[in-house]
Design a protein around this ligand. Sequence first.
Ligand code: UGA
Length: 432
Amino acid sequence: MNISVIGCGYVGTTTALMFCELGYQVVAVEKDSKKLAMLQQGKLPFHEPGIDSLLIKHLHRGSLVFTGDIEEGIAHSKIIYITVGTPSLPDGSSDLSFIEEVSRQIGAAQNDYKAVVIKSTVPLGTVDKVREWIGKAQKRPLPVDLVVNPEFLREGSALYDTMHPDRIVIGSDNPEAAETVKQLFHSMSCPIIVTDCNTAQLIKYTANAFLATKISFINEIGRVCDAYGANIEEVASGVGLDHRIGPHFLRAGIGWGGSCFPKDIAALINMGNNNGINLLIVQSAQQVNQDQIGYFIDRLEGELHGLNNKTVSIYGISFKPETDDIRESPALKVIAEVQRRGGTVAAYDPMVFDKHPELKLPGVRVARNMEDAWKGSDCFFLITEWDQFSKIDWGQVMQEMRTPLVLDGRNVLDARKLRSLGFRYYGIGRKT
Ligand code: UGA
C-alpha cells in the first residue's frame, strides 16, 4: 500500500515515518526547497527526539521518499494525507489558505479515485470546502472521498505518541473510505473510533481545550495556594488520584503555549461565536492563561521594587523542553512584559538561538551559556524546564547574581535548597 503525505512539518514528517514503520511505502511532499533539501539528506528541519534515526533508516530503505513535486505525490497513492499548517488569524479563526492550496493542487493533478485524509486541525465544516476546492480544480469529474484523522501527538514526544496512541479517530461520511483508512492501522492495538467528519474534528478540539482548561484550572488554584500558604503539588496529586480526574496536565506554572493549544482554543471560541454560542469555560481558560504571565511579573516587580534598571535572566525560550518551537511561547510574552515595565532582559536557551539564528529579540542580551545569563542579574526566571536547569550550581549563581531572586515558572527547582542558600524563591502555589 502506498501513502502520500503533503506537508512535512512536525505532524507530516512524524506521520510519514509512522506509516513507514507500519510497512507502507510513503512519498512525502514539501514545497519549501530548503526544508526539502534537508529532509532528502536525512536532516530534520526541527528538533524532535528519536525522529532523526528513523528518518535515516527509511530513507536508506527507500520506504520514504521526499519530493517537492506535488503531482508526483498525488500520482503515487490512492490515499493522500494533508498535514499542512492551519495557523490562527487575528480574529481567532483558522487560516485555511494552505489547505485550500493543497486541495486545489490535488484536484488539478487527480486522474483517478483518491481518499483525501485531513490530519491538520481544521474547523468543523472545512471538509465541505475541501471537497469543493478539489472538485473545482478537477479537469473532469473524478471520485474523491474525504476523511478526517486528527493528530494527538505532543511535540517533544511526537514519535512515542504516534506509535503508542491512546486512540485513533477516523471521521468520514463514507463508511467504505473510513474503513480503508482504519485498515491502515490494523497492526495497532489502541481503540479506533470511526465517526462522521464533524464529530472527529470536535474530538480533537475538545481534547485540546479540555487539557488546556485543566492547566488553567490548576494555575488558578495555584494562586489560592499562594494566598493561603497551601501546596499546589500536593493539591494536584491529591485530586489527581481520583481516577475521574487523573494526574495528568495538572502541573501548575507560567501557563500553556505552543502551536496547538492557543490556536485550537481560539478556533473553538471562534466557532462558538459564529453560531451564537458563548463558550464561557474555554474563554476563561484562555483568559487565565493570559493573566498568568502578569501574575508572575507582578511578583517580580514587587520583589524588585520596580523593574527600572533591573536585569531579568530568562531561562528557556521554547514553549516546552526538547523542542526548538517558539510559537506562542510564554517566554516571549514574559520578555515583552518585562521590557514594557522597564526591565532589561538577558536570555538563555539550550537550543532555540542555535536553531533559529534569524530570531531577533530587540533589546535582549542573548547569553551564550547558562552562566553568562545570570551574571549581574536581579532575577533568575525559569520559563521552560530544560533538564540542564536541574543541574545548576546554585552556590555559584548566588555569588554571581546581583539580587538573589529566583522565579520558577514551572515549579521544578528545589525550593528548600534554594531558600537554604539564601535565595528568595517563588514558584506558584509552593509554600513559602
Ligand atoms: C498538545 C496536546 O497535548 C497534543 O495531544 C496535541 O496533539 C497537540 O497539542 C496538537 O494539537 O498538535 P503540545 O502543544 O505539543 O501538544 O504539548 P503539550 O505537552 O500538550 O504542552 C502544551 C503546553 O502546556 C506547554 O506550554 C506546556 O508547558 C504546558 N503544560 C502542560 C503545563 O503548563 N502544565 C501541564 O501539566 C502540562
